[in-house]
Structures are given as structure tokens and as C-alpha cells.
Design a protein around this ligand. Sequence first.
Ligand code: PLP
Length: 406
Amino acid sequence: MSSEAILSIHSAPRPAPVPLIDLVEQHASIREEVHAAVDAVLDSQRFILGDEVVGLEQEVAGYCDARHAIGCASGTDALVLALMALDVGPGDEVITTPFTFFATASAIHRVGARPVFADIDPVSFNLDPEAVAAAITPRTKAIMPVHLFGRCAEMEPLWRLAVRHGLAIVEDAAQAIGSTYRGRHAGVLGTIACFSFFPTKNLGGAGDGGMLATDDCDLDVRLRRLRVHGDVGRYEHLEIGLNSRLDALQAAVLRVKLRHLESWTQARRENAARYQERFSAAGTAEHMVLPTEAPGSRHVYNQYCVRVREGRRDAVLQSLQSRQIGCAVYYPKPLHLQPCFDFLGHKPGEFPQAEAAAGEVLALPIYPELGAARLERAASAVIDAVKQTAHRSITIPFRDAARKAA
Ligand SMILES: *Cc1c(COP(=O)(O)O)cnc(C)c1O
């Protein structure tokens, strides 16, 4: 027997790993376009704001049907700038979800206001409007819904609360560019919307970047001023703002990628549909709950997060990791239990839906270039993993009693 044949016996062919996301593959598909755009900016030597940023602002505004879009340095800064433009500050409260990325609540604290958490809806993972209503006080200034994982929050009840109590709505649309709610785009579902161009978002730059969207002309003017130190021209500072500008290199890359966003979103949605088909056919409903889309709304699946039932999430996660299937937990600890928010005085059990979600969610690969073959490997590994862990957790009273006696 040849040594090659022996080798192949001893190292049984292992299927190639499936990453949770692969930005390298996406870049390869647009390499020439991106390099040309970057070279043009380098040749111009104009790096801060400028034509590329103005062009991207107009294109993003057009994409989500907003009157104005304002580039800034990150999604986090977009949230801070939005609150500053709405004069939210010390003594004010902003209601948001504890089940989100950290920046949502930290932005509220950054402007001196108090984050007030309201529990989530277990199906959408988004703010539960009834919990929001119960959290409103005379100090409430704004509601900050997050369109988590790319699914729009249930906005209509929030609009009604906002009108009744005179509140602003700041959309945290960092994960949701291209999603819709009853036919309208994320970005025009509140007073101001905030997007992030962090590389793993659906529209990701070559570094940090962010954007605000609004239909309000006065807010547009104010946001443009706030991102440049409150400067109104010739070193005249009307108010104290930030240095939070989008740079031209980011804008140039993002303009290239925006042209592909619809097809990438379509690919994410097709992947979600394939998972749905595969999991339903395999009868996994007793083991896990799949993400759903609200009628009349479009989910853009920045993440495809399933809920694994009955405390078996971590076992499934380990099983997938051992098979080299990319997966992750967004987010393992709700914000009301984060050590930095101890001063808010929250206790475990206060937001049971957010806490349950943190223990059960599992994100699976959904990126546009995943393709049918890798998706199939991921899906069958998930099906195996949920069934195996279920088998292990079955308790057999007779055997358990015997074990105790031994
Ligand atoms: C990514 C993200 C942010 C922050 O965006 P950055 O560009 O990383 O600052 C805020 N909120 C949510 C929900 C996010 O996912």
C-alpha cells in the first residue's frame, strides 16, 4: 500500500469548516471595483467628508427613502449624535431594550441620560411595546428601539406612545439597513435613525463608519454641525459637538458595496428560507425555534438566530464548534446585568424574556456567499447536534435512581 493511501485511511476526509462569516470571499468578488474607488480617493488626497461622503449620503438617503442622511464615524457615534441633536441629557430617560449590542445603552449614558430598560418580545427579540408603555415616566424623552438581527421592531404601537407622550424615537438600525416595516424602510421609522458600517454589518466598510437618517431639515442641519465640533464655519462654534466624520476612503468603499447590497440581502434571505425548509423537514421544532418574518415586513438577517430549547444551547454550540461549524451567541449577557450598569440597580429576573433569550439564542452562518453546499453542511450539523443533545438530556427515572443508589 502506498504511503498516500495509508495517510488517507488515517486522516478520514473531514468536511471543510463553515465559517460564521467570511468577508474575504465577498471582497474577492468586488476587488477591482473597490481598488479603483480607493485609488481615486488616494489620488485626490481629500480624506475627510467631501464628494465621496456627500455621494454616499445621497445614495443611502435614496435607498431608504429618507430626506437626509448624514455620515459620521461609527454607529455608536450616530446614536450619541442623535440623542445630542434631540437635546437628550442629564435628568432625561430613554427607554430601550436590554437585549442588544452594548452601544445602544452606552450612548444614552454618554449624553448624561438614564437608560431605562423594557423587556423584549420573545418571538421578535425586539422591544415589547407594552413593556415600553409601562416604563414611561414624566422624565422619558425618547424611545430607542433596536431592529435586532435585521428584523424591524414593532413600530406602530411605539409611534402611538410617542405621539401620546411627546417622545422622540431613535431607531438603532445598525443591523437593519434594507429591512422594512409595513413597506417602509428602516431609517424612516422614527425621528432619527442610526446605521453602522462596522465590517460585519450588512453594509460594512473597511473600518468604522456610521450614518444618520432623518426627514427633519432642522435635525439634518444640527447633526451636520454636531459632527464637526458644532462649527458653523470659519471656526465659529455655536455649540459643543464631537469630531465624528465619515472619511472619504470609507465612503468610496461603501458606495461600491451599496450597489451590491440588494443582491447580498436577497442571498441572505434565500439562505434563511433554505434553513427553514431543511429544519422543518427534519422535524426540529421540538428542539429549536426559528426566526420568523412579520407579515408585510422584510427581515434582512444580519444574523440568523435560532432559540435552542431547554438549556441545551451551550451543548449544541460546543457540538457545532467541534465540527467546525461557525456559530456564536448574540448576546450572552443582557445589558441590565452588565457590571458597568450596576449603578442602575437591576437584579437578575427583572427582564425575564431578555434573560431567557440570552440563554437560548444561537447565530448560524447566513452570509451571502455561504452557498447551498456549506449551508447544507451547517444545517445537517445543527440537526444532528440538537437531536443528540436532546437524547443525552432525557432522564430515565429508573436509571437515575439506580445511579443515586450506587
Ligand atoms: C454594531 C451595532 C452598534 C454600534 O455600531 P458601531 O459602528 O460598531 O459603533 C450599535 N447598535 C447595534 C444594535 C449594533 O449592532
